[in-house]
Design a protein around this ligand. Structure first.
Ligand code: AHG
Ligand code: MN
Ligand code: MN
Length: 335
């Protein structure tokens, strides 16, 4: 059976479901094309001069990898001329990036983590790109979009997705009506649909957490992990497996395909520092995908997608994946 391409899928969504406005369709196509270009750069590695770090730090206080900046530039350049966006925000940029006045302004805002899992780049392990789409405020002549216009709850996202650059290059996308997967066919340069209406398999006994942070965990997280490490000798009476890839996109993709739960809990030893991951372009897009795939995403106390953002780069504790596992931990937080 002939497989559908991303373009065909988007045109059908626009024509049949009526869920896809033309500017949003263009936005998704442009982001997908950028991810193809990013994948190409990554695969060159040392041969393409994309490895290693820069002397610069980003707003997160993290040393920037060359590819963080290269991928950020690719996404900015690809998206600013199309007339589908009013502004962009990125993990790699302190402030928002307005679409230059020489281009038409669109009705959407695009947020992205250009390379997620950057520490994996130089050691040839999977990395990803994460994106989130919000509606821009109604256009007021002479009034530019401001940072506050981005501070919308995750439930207001109109689309979210990621590309995972691993043995395959895969794009996973939701427009709010299910989660769909496209694999890059490098021979023809097309994204080809390889899974649709994806649902997180239930009951997989596998968790993803960085165990070296155990001293930072709350008692509830300690109990949650201890019970799973105890396996058949513990209260759960079953053995669990652990995976931690250092790239949330790769961990989330594994969970989407075979189940399990991802945790990057808040650091309770530093009250001001709630977590490592960023709400607007990591937590929210992944939470939309998880919920659309029948999963859950919480900061331990509330749904990620109901958190009212107060800052563009605010951080959040993150537990997401199998809804039964997320509930097992959030109920422990409540007790
Ligand atoms: P980024 O590379 O965009 O900063 O994101 C890395 C994140 C996430 O992808 C991953 O799950 C986590 O950081 C890994 O953190 P540790 O290195 O502390 O395990
Ligand atoms: Mn990231
Ligand atoms: Mn990043």
């Amino acid at each position: 059976m002939k497989r559908k391409t991303l373009t065909q899928f988007l045109i059908e969504q626009q024509r049949e479901a009526g869920t896809l406005q033309p500017q949003l369709r263009l936005l998704i196509e442009v982001v997908a094309r950028s991810c193809k270009a990013i994948s190409h750069s990554i695969s060159k590695g040392a041969l393409g001069g994309v490895l290693g770090s820069l002397d610069s730090e980003n707003v997160q206080g993290e040393v920037q990898k060359k590819l963080d900046v290269i991928a950020n530039e690719m996404l900015l350049e690809a998206n600013e001329w199309g007339g589908h966006l009013a502004a962009m925000a990125s993990e790699e940029m302190e402030t928002i990036h307005l679409v230059p006045n020489r281009y038409p302004q669109g009705e959407y805002l695009l947020l992205f983590d250009p390379i997620d899992g950057s520490s994996n780049i130089d050691v040839d392990l999977s990395v990803g790109t994460i994106f989130s789409v919000l509606r821009a405020p109604a256009r007021v002549e002479g009034k530019d979009v401001v940072e506050d216009d981005f501070l919308q709850k995750g439930e207001f996202q109109v689309a979210a997705g990621y590309a995972v650059y691993g043995p395959q290059t895969i794009l996973v996308l939701t427009l709010g009506a299910g989660v769909h997967e496209f694999t890059l066919d490098r021979e023809i340069g097309s994204w080809v649909m390889t899974d649709t209406d994806m649902k997180i398999p239930a009951g997989k006994r596998e968790f993803a957490i960085n165990m070296s942070n155990a001293r930072q965990w709350s008692p509830a997280v300690h109990r949650f992990i201890d019970d799973r490490v105890a396996g058949t000798q513990g209260v759960l009476g079953a053995d669990y497996n652990m995976r931690w890839t250092g790239s949330m996109v790769a961990d989330v993709h594994r969970i989407l395909k075979r189940g399990g739960v991802f945790l990057y809990p808040r650091d309770v030893t530093k009250p001001g520092k709630v977590g490592k991951l960023r709400l607007m372009y990591e937590g929210n897009p992944m939470a939309m995908l998880m919920e659309q795939a029948g999963g859950a995403a919480s900061d331990g106390e509330e749904r990620i997608m109901t958190i009212s953002p107060t800052a563009l780069h605010q951080r959040v504790g993150l537990i997401m994946g199998d809804p039964a596992e997320v509930e097992a931990l959030t109920s422990a937080y409540r007790n």
